[in-house]
Design a protein around this ligand. Structure first.
Ligand code: OXD
Ligand code: MN
Length: 596
């Protein structure tokens, strides 16, 4: 351990490895100044003032939105860039067909060429952070070096950042290294590169969340999933929610849905009026680290401490908790602005935009006022449904894992796997329509196994094999389910009301875990019979419910063939258990005659 140089930092303890790495990076990037972040309130406020002073950030109306700011990104830098994201393993097969790959030596050379001298005249911020509660054995430390004060502000909200993290790193001796520069924000010089074998990330040319807040997708999913495989746990793209029944018992669910498919809404759900006495508690809205416990159950922590949520569509009806959470001390990115300096977005249903997300006078001819992937960054503790259990060092026990996707047809509202291995098949077969969270076409159905297509840090075949092993070793594994809130009629209207009403489906899931709710067996798993699902008070006709819970053999035959073709991309590495589960599902479909 080395004592920090007095003039650089008020921090007391810095591990030798951190100090050496920071010095190496400073020699490469040549910053004008090095700032070691201590995570204090004073530091946070002074960085806000810095960005306001240089025009990068705008304070919002202090009466309606105290402590809130608007940041407008470069218009070409508004989403994750999956086509520019690489996993660099020594053996290409370890990254798998699900990742872009580059040889590590070549990738280091390429990235270091970009980083050389890139911080001239700029400040290099050293951002020590801890993913997970500071005192949890499941948490992991990291240090992000960045030249963006906006990134520092986000990291302060999204992670346990500063002195305590640095001290934990010094005690533990290990940490993930993340080097980031906004560079020239040139899409031609933008790369997000991971070296899982070295616990290292290099990201250049973007300031957008998933590309630049390296604790989030890069560390907590891509690098962590690699570490989790060798250490016997799972790092997943899942919200964690606690559902408390009127009897006072709380079940925790971990739910994997692709980006911008409503994870934040579900994590903050407000039960419908008829659910008096039920409460929903948020542990996390995006990432879960799942560890086998001594009692044979699976325990989850949320490695993050804040939300980086999609703003459009948020209103008191769709997500009152989020709406209230972001009324103060929130950093908005790429939303529109009213004439009164309030943030505005499509689906807010109040006020009207005067300036769009690029700061231009609002003109509907230019498209939406707020960018479809505009975001809020906010501390999780501001959420009215925030659960203190999010700080439990040992995590929370998971009763059910829920997979889901955005499918306008095919997948029923909800179904339950026949067992763990079948559940892994269901997760591996998830497909969903693409959203604005990543650049590229929106609304195209693509395979997104376990909602991890953009985030698995290694070969999916090995990842599924790891899933099967983790479950097989659990004496009391969670039950596995699949949901689809997004079934649509021909005219585009949704069949299921969604949002708070999803509570009815969660209730069935919980009661299945308790062995109390009924179900009918179908080739794809167990579905609620029409009377097993609580639809009291819902304006849903019998035929709509039937459609929501239908299993159409021909469509499923086609779906299973598509899943099989996808699995073929993984060749011999595909686990036998998955092949077996797929074959058995197909056999059940062939023998199935649906009830009419
Ligand atoms: C996110 C994403 O920002 O999944 O959480 O893109
Ligand atoms: Mn996400």
């Amino acid at each position: 351990m080395a004592t920090a140089p007095e003039h650089l930092t008020p921090l007391s303890v810095i591990s030798h490895e951190v100090a050496v790495w920071v010095a190496d990076v400073a020699r490469l990037t040549l910053p004008a100044k090095v700032h070691w972040c201590d995570g204090s309130e004073a530091e946070y406020r002074s960085l806000q003032q810095l960005l306001v002073g240089n025009g990068e950030m705008l304070p919002l109306n202090a009466d309606t939105h105290p402590g809130c700011f608007l940041y407008r990104s470069d218009p070409n830098d508004v989403a994750r860039v999956e086509h520019l994201t690489y996993v660099c393993t020594r053996d290409r097969e370890d990254a798998g067909p699900n990742n872009h790959w580059m040889a590590p030596a070549q990738a280091h050379r390429k990235m270091d060429d970009l980083f050389r001298g890139c911080m001239r005249g700029r400040t290099l911020y050293v951002v020590p952070y801890c993913m997970g509660p500071i005192d949890s054995p499941f948490s992991r430390g990291g240090v992000e070096i960045t030249d963006s004060a906006y990134v520092v502000l986000n990291m302060r909200l999204m992670t346990r950042m500063g002195r305590a993290a640095l001290e934990r790193i010094a005690r533990e001796g290990t940490f993930v290294k993340g080097l980031h520069s906004v560079g020239e924000l040139d899409p031609e010089r933008r790369f997000i590169v991971h070296f899982p074998e070295e616990s290292m990330i290099k990201s250049y040319g973007s300031g957008y969340g998933g590309n630049a807040l390296l604790g989030k997708k890069c560390h907590a999913l891509r690098i962590a999933s690699w570490q989790a495989r060798s250490e016997g746990w799972l790092a997943e793209h899942m919200l964690i929610v606690g559902i408390e029944s009127p009897s006072g018992q709380t079940h925790y669910l971990a739910c994997a849905f692709p980006s911008a498919c409503g994870k934040t809404n579900l994590a903050m759900l407000i039960p419908p009026a008829s659910y008096a006495g039920w409460k929903v508690w948020t542990i996390g809205d995006d990432i879960a680290w799942l560890h086998p416990g001594k009692d044979g159950r699976l325990y989850a922590i949320n490695p993050e401490s804040g939300y980086f949520g999609v703003v459009p569509g948020t209103n008191p009806k769709t997500n009152r908790n989020a709406y209230e959470t972001i009324r103060r001390d929130t950093l908005f990115t790429n939303v529109a602005l009213t004439a009164g300096g309030e943030p505005w977005w499509e689906g807010l249903h109040e006020g009207k935009p005067a300036f769009d997300w690029q700061g231009r006078a609002y003109d509907p001819a230019n498209g939406p006022a707020a960018h479809p992937n505009s975001r809020f960054t906010v501390a999780a503790t501001q959420n009215p449904s925030y659960s203190r259990a999010a700080e439990a060092a040992g995590g929370v026990p998971i009763s059910a894992i829920v997979f889901g996707g955005r499918r306008r047809s095919l997948a029923p509202l909800v179904y339950q796997a026949r067992g763990w291995a079948h559940g892994v098949l269901i997760g591996a077969g998830v497909a969903s329509e693409t959203t604005a969270a990543a650049t590229g076409a929106v609304g195209v159905v693509r395979r997104d196994p376990m909602a991890m297509k953009p985030f698995a840090g290694y070969n999916f075949a090995d990842y599924w094999d790891h899933w099967i092993r983790v479950g097989a070793a659990l004496e009391h594994p969670p039950q596995i389910f699949h949901v689809n809130w997004f079934r649509q009629r021909e005219d585009g209207r949704f069949l299921w009301p969604g949002f708070g009403e999803n509570m009815r489906v969660l209730r069935w899931i919980i009661e299945r875990c308790e062995g109390r709710a009924g179900a009918v067996d179908t080739p794809i798993g167990q579905l609620p019979g029409p009377s097993d699902l609580d639809t009291r008070g819902l304006a849903i006709g019998e035929s709509v419910l039937e459609e929501l819970l239908a299993v159409d053999p021909q469509s499923w035959r086609e779906e299973l063939a598509a899943i099989g073709a996808y699995f073929d991309e993984f060749g011999e590495r595909l686990p036998q258990a998955l092949k077996r589960e797929l074959g058995e599902t197909l056999q059940r479909i062939e023998a199935f005659t649906p009830r009419r």
